[in-house]
Design a protein around this ligand. Structure first.
Ligand SMILES: [Fe+2]
Ligand SMILES: [Fe+2]
Length: 358
C-alpha cells in the first residue's frame, strides 16, 4: 500500500505548481489557462528598394535590408519565423520585387511571411508580388497563436480602376506620403467578410496577432497613417481575449491600446518618417501611449531605422526594436496595466530633437 501523499511530498513532486503558488493569481491563470507556448519571431519592413536602371538600385535602401537580414541571421535562439511587413519595392516594379526576394532569400532556414504594402501593390495590383510571395491575405497558426495577414492598403474601386490613365501614374500617386491625389487605405468589404469567417472558427481564448501594413487605427489621415474601415476590423477582433496588431508603413516606433487590442508599429530599414507632431501644420497626431523615438528624421536616417525581434510571451507581444545607429528600445506588454509600455525610454531632454519642418 502506498503511503498517503503529504503536503510536503506533493509540493516536491509538483515543482511547477509549487512555483506557481508563489505567483499572483492572475499569472497562474495565464500560465495554466491556455496552451500557448512562448516563442520568438523577427520582423523586417519597409525597405523601399528602388530600381535605377539595368542592375542598378539605390544603394542606401539596399544596404538597410541587407543589414537587417544579416543581423536577423545572427539571432540566437533562431526566431521561429520572420515577417516582412510590406513596401519591399518603391514603385512595385518586377525588378524591385525580384531584387527584394533575392536579398530576403539570404535569411537562413526560416519561413518568411509577407505582408503587402502600397508600394508593392499599385503598379499591377499585386499580381507579381503574389507570384513571388503567395496570397495577399491569409492566416496561419503557430504554437497556439492565430496569425492573420491582411492586405490593408486597398482603396475605393473608382480610384484604383478608373481615375488614372496608366498603372505607372496610379503607382506614383499612391507612393507620395502627403499627396492629396492619394486615397485612404482600407481592408474592404470582401476581405472583412473573409476575416469574419476566418475568426469565427477560432476559440475566443486563442491569442490573435494581426499583421497589416497600414495601422488598423486612425492616426493621421493626410499621410495615410490611417485605415478607413479600422473600426469595423477592430469590431471583428473585439470578442478575443488577447489581440495584437503589428503594422509597418509609418516608419517609426508607435504603440497603443484600444480596448482589447494592442498596437505596435515597426520601423523601416530605409528611412524614418518624422512624427506628424513635428510638422507645424499638424497638431498632435500620435497614438496616446507612444513615447517618441530619438530623432525620427529622414535626414539622419540610420538614427531611427532598423528591425525588430519579438518575444511572444503567454500570448502577449514584447517588441524589441533593434536600431541601426541608436539605443535599442523594448516595448513590452504590461500584464498589470493591460497596455504595451516602454519602461526605459529615452527621456525628452536626452533626445536629439527632430528638425522643425514648416
Ligand atoms: Fe513604407
Ligand atoms: Fe507604406
Amino acid at each position: 500500500m502506498s503511503k498517503p501523499i503529504n503536503r510536503r511530498d506533493f509540493l516536491k513532486s509538483a515543482g511547477v505548481l509549487a512555483a506557481a503558488s508563489a505567483l499572483p493569481v492572475s499569472m497562474v491563470e495565464l500560465v495554466f489557462a491556455d496552451s500557448t507556448q512562448n516563442f520568438t519571431f523577427a520582423y523586417i519592413s519597409d525597405s523601399h528598394l528602388q530600381h535605377i536602371k539595368g542592375a542598378k538600385f539605390v544603394n542606401n535602401w539596399d544596404r538597410g535590408l541587407i543589414r537587417a537580414v544579416a543581423e536577423t541571421n545572427l539571432l540566437t535562439p533562431k526566431p521561429d519565423f520572420i515577417v516582412y511587413g510590406g513596401d519591399l519595392a518603391q514603385l512595385g516594379k518586377k525588378e524591385e520585387l525580384d531584387h527584394g526576394a533575392e536579398i530576403l532569400s539570404a535569411l537562413r532556414g526560416n519561413k518568411v511571411y509577407c505582408v503587402m504594402g502600397e508600394h508593392d501593390y499599385y503598379l499591377d495590383l499585386g499580381q507579381y508580388w503574389e507570384k513571388l510571395f503567395g496570397p495577399q491575405y491569409y492566416s496561419f497558426d503557430h504554437k497556439g497563436v492565430h496569425f492573420v495577414v491582411l492586405n490593408s492598403i486597398l482603396t475605393h474601386d473608382e480610384w484604383t480602376y478608373r481615375r488614372w490613365p496608366t498603372a505607372e501614374q496610379r503607382m506614383l500617386e499612391m507612393a507620395g506620403l502627403d499627396n492629396p491625389n492619394g486615397s485612404p487605405f482600407m481592408v474592404g468589404d470582401k476581405q472583412r467578410e473573409w476575416l469574419k469567417n476566418d475568426l469565427d472558427k477560432i476559440d475566443k481564448a486563442t491569442p490573435v496577432v494581426v499583421l497589416s501594413h497600414s495601422p488598423l487605427q486612425k492616426i493621421f489621415k493626410n499621410w495615410n497613417f490611417w485605415t478607413d474601415d479600422a473600426e469595423q476590423v477592430q469590431a471583428l477582433l473585439r470578442p478575443f481575449n488577447k489581440v495584437t496588431v503589428l503594422y509597418g508603413h509609418v516608419h517609426q516606433i508607435q504603440y497603443n491600446q484600444i480596448g482589447n487590442i494592442s498596437f505596435n508599429a515597426v520601423m523601416s530599414t530605409a528611412w524614418p518618417w518624422p512624427y506628424p507632431s513635428t510638422y507645424a501644420q499638424a497638431e498632435q497626431y500620435l497614438p496616446k501611449l507612444t513615447v517618441p523615438m530619438n530623432r525620427a528624421d529622414p535626414f539622419f536616417e540610420r538614427d531611427a531605422t532598423g528591425w525588430q525581434f519579438i518575444n511572444m510571451s503567454n500570448g502577449n507581444i514584447d517588441m524589441h526594436y533593434d536600431l541601426f545607429s541608436n539605443t535599442s528600445r523594448t516595448v513590452a506588454f504590461n500584464t498589470k496595466t493591460g497596455e504595451p509600455e516602454d519602461t526605459a525610454f529615452q527621456s525628452a531632454d536626452q533626445r536629439i530633437p527632430p528638425q522643425t519642418h514648416y
